[in-house]
Structures are given as structure tokens and as C-alpha cells.
Design a protein around this ligand. Sequence first.
Ligand code: CP
Length: 319
Amino acid sequence: MHNPQLNKNGELTHLLTIEGLPRAVVTQILDTASSFVGISDREVKKVPLMRGKSVFNLFFENSTRTRTTFEIASKRLSADVINLNISASSASKGESLLDTIDNLAAMHADMFVVRHAQSGAPYLIAKHLTDTGRSHVHVVNAGDGRHAHPTQGLLDMYTIRHYKKDFSNLTVAIVGDILHSRVARSDIHALTTLGVPEVRAIGPRTLLPSGLEQLGVRVFTDMREGLKDVDVIIMLRLQNERMSGALLPSAQEYFKSYGLTTERLALAKPDAIVMHPGPMNRGVEIESAVADGAQAVILPQVTFGIAVRMAVMSIIAGN
Ligand code: CP
């Protein structure tokens, strides 16, 4: 089946999801990101790879890390970056998503970075641009509903490779609200694409989607069993805004069973790393002593996100 994010030469022209991306493309992004990591230490923190290009940040949903690091990444690539203030835009007056896109494309946009509460919104935009003869305008998914958050998945892979060097002998546990998590889905696709032999999902039954086993994931409802001897722990936030109805007794009860405490972390390998995409709820999914502890790599994840987003944008713009 045709992958809408690749051109006829198999090169990335949009980034919509990690699902179905060839391993070579994922590795190309991680390798390119490596070449950008050192740029922050240089006196001039810029390269001219996207000079003269206009990147429009369209965040229809709140964001701290993704929006800001896309802006920094665009500036480091020498692009002009425009942050549309959605609440002050005509979207708040009832303008349709595609009418907004048409108007911004008329301002000679070269790339849209899109976050939207509706799964599939970035696909819709990419298809609309292609159908209307503007396939030279690129779309990067910055998180759509509960579907995908591909640049988060890629920066998570970058972080794992940085600390663990090799994917081929790792056990990685993803813990928490997997049902509503676009990060979990992107991480699972990325980890299996990169050949991680054991990917675990740990959470209460009400927050575990069906079909995980078909994706090659081992499912655990007991935190102690699931954490045993893992190399990497990816903690997730309870996505209360995406839950309909009560799926949990309370945040306190959740922490008792699934919170990552120092005691539970000791079940993992001694050199295990702790990751979290943010935003983090201390005392709900993670204890502060763990979040701020020596095994946490949560802030390096954010820093690596700049290089990974530079890599994604420069590769796509070059294709
Ligand atoms: N990880 C992540 O997507 O965080 P933000 O919502 O702050 O962008």
C-alpha cells in the first residue's frame, strides 16, 4: 500500500506517523539528529539548511515542549517561523481547518507543523495539499488525538540510543495510560521497527487497548512483574482530557498500584533509565524522588527533541 508520507523514491516528504516507516528512514533521522546535537555548544547556533523557508506552527491543542522545540529547531535551521495563535485566529470564528490551511498556504508556507485534538487531522491536511496541487508544502504531525506523536517517538528513540547504544538486546516497558496515549503508539512502532526484542506495556486493564499483542507487545497488569529486569521505563501521564467516564478509582489509588517509586524502580536493571514525555504529574504516575533522581533522563529527552526536530524538518525540506 502507498505510504502517503513518502515520495515515489521512498523519501520522507511529510512526517505523519512512525507506523510503516522503513527502518532506514528512522535510522537516517536519528543519525542526522546526531550531527545537530553539538550545534548548541557553538558560538553560532545556526545552519542555513532551511534559509528562506517559512514554517507555520499550528497548535490547535496546548503544548510546552513540542511547540517550543519546533520553534527553536526552525530557527536553528534558519527558517522563518510563524506561530499561529489559534485562540486569536479565525479558527475561533468558525473557519474550517482546510480554509485556514488554504489561507496560510496562500502566504507561501513551506511547512506546517500541526498539533490537533482530532486523530487524522495532519493526514487530512497533507491529502488536501496534494489533491490541490501543492504537494511541495510539507506537513509534520506534532501530535494528533490519541493516534500518533512521531517526533516524540523519534526523540525517545534518540534518547534510548544515546544511553543504551544498541536496540538489539533491550527490554523496554511503557507504563500507564496506553489506551489514550499517542506517545505509546509511536514508541511501540518505533521500538519494533528498530528491532527491540521485548516491548512491554504495563497498566490497569481499563487503560490497555486491545491488539497490543498483535503489535509484538507483552502486556502486564502487575507493575512489579512488568518492571522486572527492564532496561528502559517510559512513564505516561493519565490523559484525563481524553477519558470518557471513570476508568480509575482515583489518582491516589492509581499511584498506589502504578506509580513509579524508588522501591519499584529497584526491580528494573540497576542501570535502567527512566523517561517521560511530559507533562509529568508528580505523585500520580511518578514519585518526585524518581523524576529528579540519577536514573531519570526526562530533561535530556527535551534537549534531544531540538536536534531530532531539526533532523526531521531538514530531511523533509530537502526531499
Ligand atoms: N511531550 C509533549 O508532547 O509535550 P507538550 O504537550 O508540552 O508538547
